[in-house]
Every structure is written in structure tokens, then in C-alpha cells.
Design a protein around this ligand. Structure first.
Ligand code: SF4
Length: 211
């Protein structure tokens, strides 16, 4: 059993995988901001954020299903979980945007599957991600390497939560799409960090000291 402060939110796995600084700003410093992309993501989730059950061709679909794992210290919610008549359990995550492989989406889906396996005492070999912009599905094989990577992410996140350290900005192509760019100031902080280790500056400091 994990202490309450060591429980990892499934959503944090996506944030950490996207950018460890984004994770720390959100989950350590509790800083949340919206941009057009997160607002569009919120709209996508409107239909799946309300707990309800639908039945379709023998498949029971649970929406907004609470998930947890005592073994892994995980907690969260699945957008939808299909419960088939033959015993198949199939998590489905909804995302805005177009269909394309994204590791952080796969890690989040895998963490959901790990919870379902423990909660329902089943094996969950696959799941799906539904992309609203392109209205297409992507099936994800919950392979051993993906499971190991998910477990490593959970451990890394727990370590980051315990340390309380906010890492430096990545300052790359991820930043323009990030809702925290105004709070994070990646360019400003990165240039300040570079200037502190710039050899020319070190030389200048040395010259000044000698004088
Ligand atoms: S702006 Fe960039 S560095 Fe800052 S949290 Fe977002 S992705 Fe990470």
C-alpha cells in the first residue's frame, strides 16, 4: 500500500512523458492554465466525463470509470471501458487532434489497463485511442516493453513528487503547444541558464575578479 502523497495520478503519466517540467508545474506546484488546445481537449471529453453506461451489440460500455491500483499506487479514470460478452476488457481513451502515434498517449492507456487488470483480475492485451479531429481509432498493443516503460514512468513520477524539484525547461518544439508556456517562460529561463555557463561570461567574471 502507498501513502496518499505517493499515489500517482494516471493523467500525470501523460504530462511527465510530454515534459517533466510540465508535470512538476502541474502536479508539484499545482499550476494549471488553459490554451486553445486544452479547451478543445475539454470539449472532446464532455461526453466521456459523465459516468454512465451504454450497451451496444452485446458490449457494455462504462464511461468515466474510476480506476486504481493498490499494487502500483495509481489512481485515475478511464474515458470508456468496453466489457465484452466473451470477457474481453478494452479501455478506450479519447483525444483531440488527428490520429498519430504518441508515446505519452500509449503510456496513459497502458496505466489504465494495468489498473483494470488488478481491479477485475483479467488480462488486458490491447486498448484503443479515438482521435476526434480525424474520427479515427488507433489500436494499441499493450506489449511487455510498453508495460515496462509505464512502470518506469510511475517510479520516476513518484521520485519527482517526493523531490519537489521543478526541472529546467526543455525549450523545444513541445513548448508552443504547451498551456503552461506563459508560466514556464522556457526561452527566458533557458537563455538565463546558458548565460550563467557561457565560457565568455566565465572568462569575464574571472577577469573582473583578477582585477
Ligand atoms: S513550456 Fe515547454 S518546458 Fe515549459 S512546461 Fe511546457 S513543454 Fe515544458
Amino acid at each position: 500500500m502507498f501513502a496518499e502523497e505517493d499515489i500517482v495520478l494516471i493523467s500525470a503519466i501523460e504530462h511527465y512523458s510530454y515534459c517533466p517540467r510540465q508535470f512538476a508545474l502541474m502536479h508539484v506546484e499545482q499550476t494549471f492554465e488553459d490554451n486553445s488546445l486544452t479547451l478543445s481537449g475539454n470539449r472532446v471529453h464532455e461526453n466521456v466525463d459523465r459516468a454512465h453506461v451504454l450497451r451496444h451489440e452485446g458490449v457494455r460500455v462504462e464511461y468515466a470509470l474510476p480506476l486504481w491500483s493498490d499494487r502500483l499506487g495509481l489512481s485515475g479514470r478511464a474515458d470508456a471501458v468496453e466489457l465484452h460478452g466473451d470477457g474481453t476488457v478494452w479501455p478506450v481513451e479519447s483525444k483531440r487532434g488527428h490520429r498519430r502515434p504518441k508515446k505519452h498517449d500509449d503510456l496513459q492507456l497502458c496505466a489504465q489497463a494495468l489498473c483494470l487488470e488488478e481491479m477485475l483480475d483479467v488480462t488486458v492485451p490491447r486498448g484503443s485511442i479515438y482521435y476526434h479531429s480525424s474520427r479515427r481509432w488507433r489500436e494499441v498493443l499493450l506489449s511487455e516493453p510498453l508495460r515496462n516503460e509505464t512502470l518506469a514512468s510511475i517510479d520516476a513520477i513518484r521520485g519527482a513528487m517526493r523531490s519537489g524539484v521543478v526541472p529546467p525547461p526543455v525549450n523545444d518544439v513541445r513548448c508552443p503547444k504547451c498551456s503552461l508556456i506563459e508560466v514556464c517562460q522556457p526561452e527566458l529561463i533557458s537563455s538565463a541558464r546558458v548565460s550563467t555557463v557561457n565560457p565568455a561570461n566565465l572568462e569575464g567574471d574571472k577577469g573582473g575578479g583578477d582585477a
